[in-house]
Design a protein around this ligand. Structure first.
Ligand code: PLP
Length: 381
């Protein structure tokens, strides 16, 4: 089989598996205790904090808060920051193509008296900076613009976004779920106040993530309980997964230059092979895109049928949102870049990873050709 849906789930990195097998060596206890077993667990979490901080250029390791994944990190970032700073203003800004785990907490804040402004993007999915200048006002507490989009691969001009948000006194949250470990991120250079990371997208296990919080930025917890993770993520730490996420971050940082170059070359061959086909189009930015990401749309066919047909040919691809492919609604991302409903339904997303090789490209292209031809022959559209 050929697996092309790394944005939905990444196989755990073999180095992380090796690390996990020998962890904790001896039983690691509860990090909140003071005896040796507890101290060993504390040490494992601290090491992971350093490794994750180092991947994103965070100089203060205490700025990393571990949680259950990108969804939770996004909720803490959007909801926790807005509520904690509500005295400053009652507006939240998000780009129109954020992940639903940003958009839904932002919409939910409207019940607490916040207004939500969606900042538009152009047909490549790049945020419209002029529109953002108007959207962010002194009333804006937090603005959320992702580093890169999971459905169309477009990388956003984060530094320019940071300037605009900071000029108006706002706090910038950046969801880097799909970008971290693929392109260099530096919270200092990029001017990021809050940064979402997913453990699995770095090559670690599923169900663990982290939020970077710039020192001085005030955030309130979304869950309440014990004082773990500075009270921002109460509950006994997922020590094993956190330690594995740390190791994944270390390996991702080490391997990123070579691996991104390798995947970019496969991606480009895939894009040129597939866009040669009739009525097949690249979605997202042609150059400012994630190195492992190739996304397309085909007229007159449905993404779900493409996924099923490709699966029968032994190839796993995504359609629509990579992590919630089961919804049959047209993707809000594809609508926001200006596609009509019927155009937005025919999407296919291929996200590459370490098991993919250039030799697979001809077979993938042939499978897409066969799939599209067969589906078009039976389409009622
Ligand atoms: N943010 C982005 C940009 C994503 O692509 C995803 C899903 O992969 C998430 C957040 C949610 O991640 P999780 O389901 O791991 O919480």
């Amino acid at each position: 089989r050929i697996y092309l849906d790394h944005a939905a789930a990444m196989p755990v990195h073999p180095g992380v598996l090796r690390f996990g097998r020998q962890f904790p060596g001896e039983f690691a206890g509860n990090p909140s205790t003071l005896y040796q077993e507890g101290l060993a667990a504390q040490e494992a979490v601290s090491r992971a904090r350093e490794q994750v901080a180092s991947l994103v250029g965070a100089s203060d390791t205490a700025s990393i808060v571990f949680c259950s994944g990108a969804t939770e990190a996004n909720n803490i970032a959007v909801r926790g920051t807005a509520l904690r700073n509500a005295k400053r203003g009652k507006n939240v800004v998000a780009s129109a193509i954020e992940h639903i785990s940003v958009l839904n907490p932002a919409k939910d804040l409207q019940k607490s008296g916040f207004s939500l402004t969606l900042a538009p993007v152009d047909h490549y999915g790049t945020i419209d900076l002029d529109a953002l200048r108007k959207a962010v006002t002194p009333e804006t507490v937090v603005a959320s613009v992702h580093y890169a989009n999971n459905e169309i691969g477009t990388v956003e001009p984060v530094r320019e976004v940071a300037e605009i948000v900071h000029d108006r006194g706002g706090i910038l949250h950046v969801d880097a779920t799909d970008a971290a470990g693929r392109i260099p991120i530096d919270v200092e250079r990029d001017g990021i106040d809050l940064l979402t990371l997913s453990g699995n997208q770095l090559g670690g296990p599923q169900g663990v993530g982290a939020l970077y919080i710039r020192p001085g930025v005030r955030v309130q917890p979304v869950l309440v309980g014990g004082g773990q993770e500075r009270g921002l993520r109460p509950g006994t730490e997922n020590v094993f997964s956190i330690a594995c996420m740390g190791e994944a971050a270390r390996l991702a940082g080490e391997e990123m230059p070579g691996e991104s170059r390798r995947l970019r070359a496969i991606r480009d061959r895939l894009i040129s092979g597939i866009t040669e086909m009739e009525e097949a189009y690249l979605t997202g930015h042609p150059t400012e895109r994630l190195p492992h990401h190739a996304s397309f749309r085909f007229s007159r066919i449905e993404g779900e049928s493409i996924q099923l047909a490709m699966d029968m040919l032994g190839i796993a691809v995504a359609t629509g949102s990579a992590c919630t492919s089961r919804t049959l609604e047209a993707s809000h991302v594809l609508l926001a870049i200006g596609l009509a409903h019927d155009e937005a339904h025919g999407s296919m997303v291929a996200t590459l990873g370490r098991t993919n090789s250039p030799d697979e490209v001809p077979r993938i292209v042939r499978a897409v050709e066969e799939t599209v031809k067969r589906l078009r022959a039976i389409t009622p559209l």
